[in-house]
Design a binder for this molecule. Structure first.
Ligand SMILES: Nc1ncnc2c1ncn2[C@@H]1O[C@H](COP(=O)(O)OP(=O)(O)OP(=O)(O)O)[C@@H](O)[C@H]1O
Ligand SMILES: [Mg+2]
Length: 513
């Protein structure tokens, strides 16, 4: 048989099938067709060796995207960029990278402990051509998983959970994080793109590791917090002189945990109820920051003591009670108070919205009210200190790309003797022009450190000489005071005093009964 004949016969066979299907659609009632469809599928199911699971984009609630579908989409997008042939640019992360997902009607395979799984993305376009306000919701997308039947248990009991968990983690990593700032009682946000990380943060390695471990423990501690019955939140107090990296540390924390940042400006918050409103709006996986807490407000006020006695009089006379309340209300200052802030930190509603970190920063830890910073509220106190040699090495790596240099020893010694903030060290290390090489920058830093050392020595000498002068004056005054007082008085005065007070010659007062 020639090729042409073969093609002709194939064509007529397909034509015959199409005609038969058209006749079936045309002459058989819908009910009958459904029966054939259903039982046909059952029959095929008897011999079909595969298990299929479908995950729809919208289930039940038409307006709420299925979380499982989203998680699978994230999981598959992470796996599909190498495997799928047709990809869809889905979202843009931080203006840097495009997130690629499987296009509609695309298929990829996945491997789970040696089991092969087929994933397909499908889209059902509605047959009715009616007008819709939400055309994108009418396109019914779904993922279909196909696997050999013999792996049913592994797939349903472990694989799907694994995919959803992985997918959620990928989604968190890929999400655009936000930096919220408040304008009175409203949050505005921009994309959070601070580049600081713990790798670039200059501080002693051991201390840095401690903070990182603490954060990891917290972020994985959901079950632990539930077990001990505590809201899943942790307070950090960062304190230290200006330019030691407190704000930089917060950015590094947010990048490390992939959290949003809420930068709360307390001075623009009118009162406690506005504060509560703002905080209720914050979401989980976020860091709430109050910078320079000592300057933000006068938070040294005492907490209002609890009303201990039930006032019967007030209860009997509702008019006077109301009057008293009104008076109290008008007297009440309209501002955020320490008690309002404490309620925010450990009030019941502070637990809504999942994991949260609260960070306070201050230059003057000793100014803060002990109630505010006691453990349990501010669980971890982190001192950000002047630049040490370890911190300097990180800055040298960041700014000059060097790990060692013959001038390092000198710098190390100077850093031990002087106090320079990492911000100042960084400023000296940053090349100001193309002519400045690493050695020039290091020498610049040495000169700056020597100047500080000189100034400190001068200051010390000045202080010492002032102290010496003071103690000399004190000594002179003391000596002057020690002159016998009696000598200045005349004999008549003395005898008068003896007479008046009944003193005897040895100076003791006579006891008169
Ligand atoms: N520990 C550090 N590691 C890396 N860079 C730092 C560090 N400390 C300061 N810097 C640099 O100095 C600049 C100022 O630091 P930062 O704003 O974090 O200091 P701060 O402690 O918050 O100061 P302030 O008390 O004035 O708010 C940062 O932009 C950063 O470049
Ligand atoms: Mg700061």
């Amino acid at each position: 048989m020639s090729v042409v004949e073969m093609l002709t016969q194939l064509g007529s066979a397909i034509g015959g099938l199409l005609l038969a299907w058209a006749m079936f659609e045309r002459y058989f009632p819908l009910q009958l067709r459904r029966y054939v469809d259903r039982y046909g599928q059952k029959l095929v199911g008897l011999f079909y060796p595969y298990l299929q699971i479908t995950f729809h984009e919208y289930t039940g609630d038409r307006f709420r995207r299925s979380e499982v579908y989203s998680a699978i989409q994230s999981y598959l997008s992470a796996n599909s960029s190498e495997r799928a042939q047709r990809l869809m640019a889905d979202a843009v992360k931080g203006n840097q990278s495009v997130i690629l997902t499987m296009d509609d009607h695309e298929e990829i395979t996945d491997d789970f402990n040696g089991i092969q799984i087929w994933w397909a993305s499908r889209k059902n376009i509605p047959k009715t051509q009616s007008f819709s306000f939400y055309p994108e919701l009418d396109d019914r997308r779904y993922f279909r998983l196909t696997v050999h039947r013999r792996y049913r248990d592994i797939i349903t009991k472990s694989y799907i959970d694994y995919v959803v968990k992985e997918g959620n983690e990928i989604a968190i990593k890929n999400r655009q994080r936000k930096l919220y700032t408040n304008n009175s009682s409203k949050w505005n946000h921009v994309v959070f793109e601070h580049p600081a990380t713990f790798d670039t943060l200059a501080m002693a390695t051991k201390k840095k590791q401690e903070v990182k471990n603490d954060l990891i423990k917290f972020s994985k501690g959901k079950d632990y917090y539930t077990k001990i019955g505590k809201a899943w939140k942790r307070g950090y107090l960062l304190y230290g002189p200006p330019g030691t990296g407190k704000s930089t540390m917060i950015a590094a924390m947010a990048n490390f945990l992939n959290y949003d940042v809420y930068d709360l400006e307390l001075t623009t918050v009118k009162d406690n109820s506005e504060l509560r409103k703002l905080l209720i709006q914050t979401t989980g996986k976020s860091i709430i920051v109050i910078e320079d807490i000592d300057c933000s407000l006068d938070l040294t006020g005492q907490r209002k003591p609890k009303k201990e006695k039930y006032d019967e009089e007030e209860e009997k006379d509702p008019v006077s009670k109301k009057k008293k309340e009104e008076e109290a209300e008008s007297k009440k200052e309209s501002k955020v108070t320490l008690s309002g802030l404490l309620n925010f930190i450990d009030g019941i509603w502070s637990a809504c919205g999942g994991e949260r970190i609260i960070v306070f920063t201050t230059n003057y830890v000793e100014k803060l009210d002990p109630a505010l910073i006691r453990r349990g509220r501010m669980d971890k106190h982190i001192e950000m200190s002047y630049c040490c040699f370890e911190a300097f090495k990180i800055l040298a790596q960041n700014y000059l790309d060097i790990e060692s240099h013959e001038l390092f020893a000198k710098i190390g010694q100077l850093l031990e003797e002087t106090k320079m903030s990492p911000a100042d060290v960084a400023e000296n290390l940053m090349p100001k022009s193309d002519d400045e090489d690493e050695e020039t920058c290091l020498k610049k830093l040495i000169a700056a450190l020597e100047t500080i050392e000189e100034e400190a020595k001068l200051k010390e000498a000045r202080k010492k000489s002032e102290e010496d002068a003071n103690s000399k004056t004190e000594q002179e005054l003391k000596e002057k005071d020690q002159l016998p007082i009696e000598d200045e008085r005349d004999d008549n005065d003395v005898s008068k005093e003896i007479k008046d007070n009944g003193l005897i010659s040895n100076g003791k007062k006579e006891t008169s009964l």
